[in-house]
Design a protein around this ligand. Structure first.
Ligand code: G3H
Ligand code: 13P
Ligand code: ZN
Length: 316
């Protein structure tokens, strides 16, 4: 059943976070649904602009609708990840998505407000909800001087004004994470002080943490042992997810970790089976490993076991 992220956040706020997983193909979608059903978790399917181009929007929509039929107990939102204004309107008008992210975080504050407000108005008119971003992820490093680092983190003093002026439903904040497999050139830690200040300014308002893959070191070592070269890769400590959830983070975005599962499974399989050329045996292993990864991640997020509670909240 497709619901809005707002529906999911109502149940989760202050207690746990919902996993927002990026998908690109059938194998990922099957693994994702399997893993969430195994762990009895509500979840968010994220589709990036790149994913929409990789196969086609029609194909992705068809795969997700089929999965919805195959797993009738699943409760999930379908969300555009890092949309520009044009892509947001395309998704809003498609009748398929339940939420969109407008990412105008690289623009000056007033422009970010104006763009976000236009998207919010269009989305709300059709019953969709909107995530926006304030502050900028990426390149925030522990070893740089505080003022340099702080310049990229979300300024807590600007959050209330942004939320009020735009009418947005949730907000991605920059608290030290970054996208990809190479995070934190210094020590691994989130800026909980900044997050706590943001929550004080907008209590009860759902916050989102992007760039939250944990880049497990065991996964990296296995990839490297099977011919990869991801030296120095590292990520967010997922033992910190629940602490973030208590401070208002209700959605945690994970893409890179799924790519690492794919890379490890395929590198190991083809190293062990140099004669192989059939994609199905390795595809089966990937779907099962990805499902296990999702189920374990949901335990860290606190969303595992929450499915029936969410169903109750949805019924009112
Ligand atoms: O934040 C970006 C996501 O990891 C999506 O990546 O644009 O390569 O699909 P992508
Ligand atoms: P990761 O690269 O840490 O998986 O972040 C994904 C993300 O934020 C998608 O929007
Ligand atoms: Zn992101």
């Amino acid at each position: 059943m497709i619901v809005t992220t707002k529906d999911l956040f109502k149940a989760a706020y202050g207690k746990y976070a919902i996993g927002a997983y990026n998908i690109n193909n059938a194998e990922q979608i099957i693994g994702l649904f399997e893993g969430n059903m195994q762990s009895k978790a509500p979840f968010i399917i994220q589709i990036s602009k790149g994913a929409r181009k990789y196969t086609s929007t029609i194909m992705l929509e068809g795969l997700i609708r089929s999965a919805d039929q195959m797993y009738p107990d699943a409760i999930f939102a379908v969300h555009l990840d890092h949309g520009d204004e044009e892509t947001c309107y395309d998704c809003i008008n498609s009748g398929f998505y339940s939420s969109v992210m407008i990412d105008a975080s690289s623009k000056p504050f007033d422009e970010n407000v104006a763009i976000t407000k236009r998207v919010v108005d269009a989305a709300h008119a059709k019953g969709l909800v909107v995530e926006a971003e304030l502050g900028q992820l990426g390149g925030v490093e522990e070893h740089v001087t505080v003022s340099e680092a702080d310049a990229k983190l979300t300024d807590p003093d600007s959050v209330k004004e942004f939320v009020e002026k735009t009418g947005v439903d949730s907000l991605a904040v920059a608290i030290g994470t970054s996208h990809g497999a190479f995070k934190f050139s210094g020590s691994q830690s989130l800026h909980f002080d900044v997050l706590a200040e943001i929550q004080k300014r907008v209590p009860g308002f759902p916050l989102v943490m992007h760039g939250s893959s944990s880049v497990p070191q065991e996964e990296v070592a296995r990839i490297n042992a099977a011919g990869g070269n991801l030296a120095g890769a590292k990520g967010v400590d997922d033992n910190q997810f629940l602490q973030a959830a208590k401070l208002g983070v209700t959605k945690i975005n994970i893409d890179t970790d799924g790519r690492l599962v794919w890379t490890r499974v395929h590198r190991e399989y083809f190293k062990e089976h140099p004669e192989a050329f059939d994609f199905r045996p390795v595809g089966k292993i990937f779907m099962s490993e990805y499902a296990n990864f999702i189920a374990a991640k949901n335990v860290k997020l606190g969303s595992a076991g929450q499915l029936e509670e969410v169903r109750k909240v949805l019924k009112g």
